[in-house]
Design a protein around this ligand. Structure first.
Ligand code: FES
Length: 249
């Protein structure tokens, strides 16, 4: 294995230069290092001005997503040695505005996520005296896969539609809407459907499927979107064929 590797980082420092530029660093290679360790080496030893996000270092917080060699990955979960011999190119996630260096502005996602109400919606809360809302293991299994999303945004960076049509609600927000739609305690599916069945919702997805390929938690947002399309179509047919009282069943 090589002793060192060249890492090229796409820098953007608007207070100094109006355009992004590439900066090259030579970093030692350690067998156990992740890409994030190499960035931390640069920050600690070569250039303290480099900006990027990370927190948990264990693939849980979702904050260390970047483009490495053109692919969106969690940098704390990808071995440096797997990217040899280099140079290794690191850029901020594609599709989002860049605040500085490798730091994206994620406001667009946060707005879209909030709009799909990713929480349990109840028409009426049951009184505390009735205890918890219990679920069977089968009811938990119905949504568990979608609840694994860590909001890392790799799926947005991989999605060609989001880049072309920024109004698209996007994979993670739709998968998280499904997480609550399939939860036996939730009653908000209709409210979410009103929002998600718009052109910029599920119908903007052309099922490229890259979102599911890059997802580090196997959430399968592409599958979640297709299931939503089936549901929306079924509801539409019902609305055409059935009398009003039958439509909502
Ligand atoms: Fe938390 Fe990578 S640092 S997921």
């Amino acid at each position: 294995m090589a002793d060192s590797v060249a890492i090229e980082v796409r820098r953007y420092r608007p207070e100094e230069k109006s355009e992004p530029y590439w900066q090259r660093y030579e970093v030692p290679v350690r067998e156990e290092w992740m890409i994030l360790d190499a960035l931390n080496y640069i920050k600690d030893n070569l250039d303290g001005s480099l900006s990027y996000r990370w927190a948990c270092r264990m693939g849980v917080c979702g904050s260390c997503g970047m483009m490495v060699g053109g692919e969106p990955i969690l940098t704390c979960a990808s071995y440096l040695a797997d990217h040899l011999p280099g140079p290794i190119r690191i850029e901020p996630l594609r599709g989002f505005p860049v605040v500085r260096d490798l730091v994206n502005n994620l406001d667009d996602f946060m707005d879209k996520l909030t709009a799909v109400k990713p929480w349990i919606v109840r028409e009426q809360e049951q009184p505390l005296s009735e205890g918890e809302y219990l679920q069977t293991p089968e009811e938990l299994d119905a949504y568990k896969q979608y609840s694994m999303c860590i909001n890392c945004m790799l799926c947005y960076a991989a999605c060609p539609i989001y880049e072309l049509e920024p109004a698209f609600i996007g994979p993670a927000a739709i998968a998280l809407a499904q997480r609550y739609n399939f939860d036996s305690r939730d009653q908000g599916a209709e409210e979410r459907m009103d929002h998600l069945s718009r052109d910029e919702g599920i119908w903007a997805c052309t099922f490229v499927g890259e979102c599911s390929v890059v997802c580090p938690k196997d959430v399968d947002p592409a599958g979640a979107i297709q299931r939503y399309k089936v549901k929306a179509m079924t509801q539409w047919y019902k609305s055409m064929l059935l009398p009003w009282g039958e439509r909502k069943r």
